[in-house]
Design a protein around this ligand. Structure first.
Ligand SMILES: C[S@@+](CC[C@H](N)C(=O)[O-])C[C@H]1O[C@@H](n2cnc3c(N)ncnc32)[C@H](O)[C@@H]1O
Length: 189
């Protein structure tokens, strides 16, 4: 495992703390973008802080594709999703560090506290752009302790270089965040 990737064994120390619920309430953060019937992709999903609530939000007709580099994260996510009764709506997908390798059409993508861990952000953003339908949104959120304003601006410039446009800069607790959209025709035509 590369040194700067959040290690899977640290998760039991941080999982589900009330502080995180207050800081990063999934209903407030992704609720405005995720609707019933959507296909959403959570890249660097960890143990499913967002993927599991998003599975409830997309409903029986929707799907969450949960992607992570570390299989242990995906195994924990699956166990938690089973407990929550939404495992049938979540597809887990182990990826490589420089390649997602997902084949899907998505309406929404989430990169939460992960892009700064990626060695080639432009490549990853390009892959996500290719997966989105026209009008599909990407919420990019980074932790302020790890990612300065300037570093986020570099990530946003990389996103714009692959075709994304900024549509919103939400104010989220303990995050630097931006919502980007694919405006040209996507895989859905
Ligand atoms: C800080 S954790 C955040 C997890 C989750 N998004 C959350 O907010 O709870 C970062 C996650 O990104 C994953 N990750 C790091 N580099 C990755 C890459 N190149 N491709 C996919 N996942 C990656 C790590 O394994 C880890 O699960």
């Amino acid at each position: 495992m590369v040194a700067h990737v959040c290690p899977w064994w640290s998760v039991p120390l941080t999982i589900d703390p009330p502080l995180r619920r207050w800081l990063h309430d999934p209903r407030k953060i992704v609720g405005p973008y995720v609707k019933p019937g959507m296909t959403v992709i959570d890249v660097g999903c960890g143990v499913g802080w967002f993927a599991i609530p998003m599975a409830a939000m997309v409903g029986e007709q929707g799907k969450v594709i949960a992607v992570d580099l570390q299989r242990q994260m995906l195994d924990m996510l699956r166990r938690r999703a089973e407990k929550a009764g939404v495992a049938d709506r979540i597809e887990t997908h182990p990826c490589e560090q420089r390649r997602l390798g997902v084949d899907a059409h998505a309406d929404f993508a989430l990169l939460f506290a992960m892009l700064h861990e990626v060695p080639d952000p432009t490549r990853l953003l390009g892959e996500i752009h290719d997966l989105l339908n026209r009008g599909g949104k990407l919420l990019l959120a980074e932790p302020p302790l790890h990612v300065s304003r300037k570093a986020l601006a570099r990530e946003v410039a990389a996103a714009e270089a692959v075709g994304f446009q900024i549509v919103e800069q939400p104010r989220l607790r303990w995050c630097r965040a931006v919502v980007l959209a694919r405006t040209e025709p996507g895989r859905d035509g």
